[in-house]
Design a protein around this ligand. Structure first.
Ligand code: TRP
Length: 589
């Protein structure tokens, strides 16, 4: 019976600042440094960032306040908090249960990525880019010594043309809708089967819808081909006018970059596809996390965050400072801050909303749990604003740290999840000696950020056993941590070609890792957030609510109420409907 459990010696934060740092530590994680920059890159920058900021303010901040409010009022972790508030069993505890499950799922892939960051920190310490660099340089020398001038020219023209064409091509292709692309794919597959191509084509194109899709795709293809021809023409002229020494120098540079890219990608793929290796790092990482959580709320979590958060902030500022001296800095600034509507699709808006939950650690009770270690009735607004602000500033700084480097060293911002593990080391390799230090700082930073977040995820799960089952903290942390490691096994092996799980992907296009990420981030968090907003807005007893917001200006409370009652639920429902496939927003707008 949770409500009768004596809670006299329940853990507490030592100070308000400690709470804010711990909560910000939870929020600031791989989501900020690994995920946000690459989804910003994939969604075209500026406008996406703007919409993300709107989601943070309109949905993230109010739900953050709701979670902390419920945690403080209930003085329990999420499974027990609702029962404690109502003094009886209630179905709202389901939010807590879903949170515990989501915690396991998120942790299971989170520790694998965090493990990679440890692996790369160690690799940086032994300066792993150096042999890659020098090997590539040698191979590039061999290439220019053994290739004819004509072949080298062709190589250079192709490379340069592709590079220049890339943004334009992306822009043109982004105008196509998903169903247009799918129709075209079906059409091509059907045509390939046919004996008489022309006739099959004519027959298939009698279907009006198919016809318009195929025409749209072919139109884009033609435009791309035309753009390519134009670029190739001017590139060819430039290459022809190069002196022999310049040509050799440029080919050598370009070839060397190609080779470094290949090897760096190879390094990451080796890690990704080596299940045992990934698992070993994940195990080490969860041990450290267990150690901190077992240390207790104030002596473990709060102390670790007090140390790690300022360190992280200093490291990130140093990296951004380095970026300001890079030639790509202004390109990076304009990429991140100037809105360009043509580069954003409507589905990007939904991605921004989903990410707002993940990055603020909302929707599964992490903030509720942290809030429950605070008995103060004041400062809810200031604390929430502070946590949200820290998280947002660090996400933006992460972009300003990563993009100047990617732009300066010929990398694409759209590289996707590999941005951090492939493009960044590539740039570090180019930078040379200082690159090693930057690389250590960067991956160390990623590790710290991941650690303070993983702590909060484990705490939600462990605190269930501590609060509801009266387990000792150490026993709860070790048990849940080891259980997480078990769940992480399939994730670590999800890309390992020797494991049965690598077939999983073929079945429906996502591997086990992505499946876990999608299940938790795209479903459980928004759903949890929806229920939390509804609970805080409509169900939570007024008396308890008001006790938590006594020091808040009345109009802010009213605004908050409108946001959690109407705005946040409505927007989350739209996102979920889109995900179920009730409609495809890209086709609507
Ligand atoms: N917010 C963290 C990040 O951005 C991840 C995280 C920690 C989290 N605790 C959470 C996400 C709870 C959702 C729920 O990396």
């Amino acid at each position: 019976m949770s409500e009768s459990t004596p809670q006299t010696d329940r853990a507490q934060w030592k100070s308000r600042l400690g709470f804010v740092l711990a909560a910000a530590g939870s929020a600031v994680g791989l989501g900020n440094i690994w995920k946000f920059p690459y989804i910003t890159g994939q969604n075209g920058g500026g406008l996406f960032v703007l919409i993300y900021l709107a989601c943070i303010v309109l949905i993230g901040l109010p739900i953050m306040m709701a979670e902390i409010m419920i945690g403080r009022a209930g003085q329990r972790q999420p499974v027990g908090a609702f029962e404690a508030i109502h003094g009886r069993k209630t179905a709202w505890s389901g939010i807590g249960w879903m949170g515990v499950v989501a915690g396991f799922i998120i942790l299971s892939f989170y520790i694998v990525v965090a493990g990679w960051s440890m692996d790369y920190t160690l690799k940086s310490i032994v300066n792993f880019t150096k042999p890659i660099e020098s090997q590539a340089a040698t191979e590039a020398e061999v290439y220019i010594a053994t290739t004819s001038i004509e072949d080298m020219k062709t190589f250079l023209v192709d490379k340069e043309t592709d590079r220049q064409l890339h943004p334009q091509k992306g822009l043109l292709e982004s105008r196509l809708t998903k169903s247009q692309k799918e129709n075209h794919k079906r059409f091509m597959a059907a045509i390939e089967q046919a004996e008489d191509l022309e006739q099959a084509r004519l027959r298939l194109l009698k279907d009006e819808e198919l016809k318009s899709s195929v025409e749209a795709v072919e139109n884009v293809e033609q435009q791309v081909a035309k753009a390519r021809l134009e670029i190739a023409g001017s590139v060819q002229a430039k290459v022809n006018s190069l002196s022999a020494t310049d040509l050799l120098a440029q080919v050598k540079l370009s070839k060397r970059r190609d080779l470094v890219f290949e090897k760096m990608t190879g390094t990451f793929v080796n890690l990704l596809t080596n299940g045992w290796h990934s698992l070993m790092w994940a195990a080490l990482f969860i041990m450290i996390t267990i150690g901190v959580v077992a240390g207790g709320v104030a002596a473990g979590i709060e102390r670790a965050c007090r140390l790690l958060m300022p360190t992280l902030f200093v490291l990130i500022c140093m990296m951004v400072l380095y970026g300001t001296f890079q030639p790509g800095f202004s390109a990076a600034i304009s990429f991140v801050f100037s809105p360009d509507p043509s580069r954003l699709k409507a589905s990007g808006v939904l991605e921004a909303l989903g990410h707002a939950f993940f990055t603020l650690s909302l929707g599964m009770g992490a903030m509720m749990t942290y809030g429950s270690y605070q008995s103060s009735k004041t400062g809810l607004l200031q604390e929430s604003v502070m946590i949200t602000l820290l998280d947002t500033v660090i996400a933006l700084l992460a972009c300003l740290m990563i993009f100047p480097i990617t732009f300066s060293y010929g990398q694409e911002p759209t590289a996707g999840p590999g941005l951090v593990f492939m493009s960044m080391p590539l740039a570090f390799a180019e930078i040379g000696r200082a690159g090693m230090l930057l690389s250590m700082a960067f991956f160390g930073l990623l590790f710290f950020a991941a650690l303070t977040s993983a702590i909060s995820l484990l705490e939600v799960v462990a605190s269930y056993l501590i609060d509801q089952k009266n387990w000792s903290r150490a026993k709860a942390a070790i048990t849940t941590g080891l259980l997480t490691l078990v769940v992480a096994v399939p994730t670590a092996f999800s890309s390992d070609s020797t494991s049965v799980l690598s077939n999983w992907e073929g079945d429906y296009g996502l591997n086990f890792f992505d499946t876990m990420d999608h299940l938790a981030s795209n479903w459980m968090l928004p759903l949890g957030g929806l229920f939390i907003a509804i609970y805080a807005g409509w169900v939570m007893p007024r008396r308890l609510q008001e006790a938590e917001v006594e020091d808040m200006p009345a109009w802010i409370f009213q605004v908050w109420l409108v946001l959690v009652r109407f705005v946040a639920p409505a927007l989350v429902i739209i996102v979920l409907m889109q995900k179920v496939g009730i409609f495809d927003i890209d086709e609507w707008l």
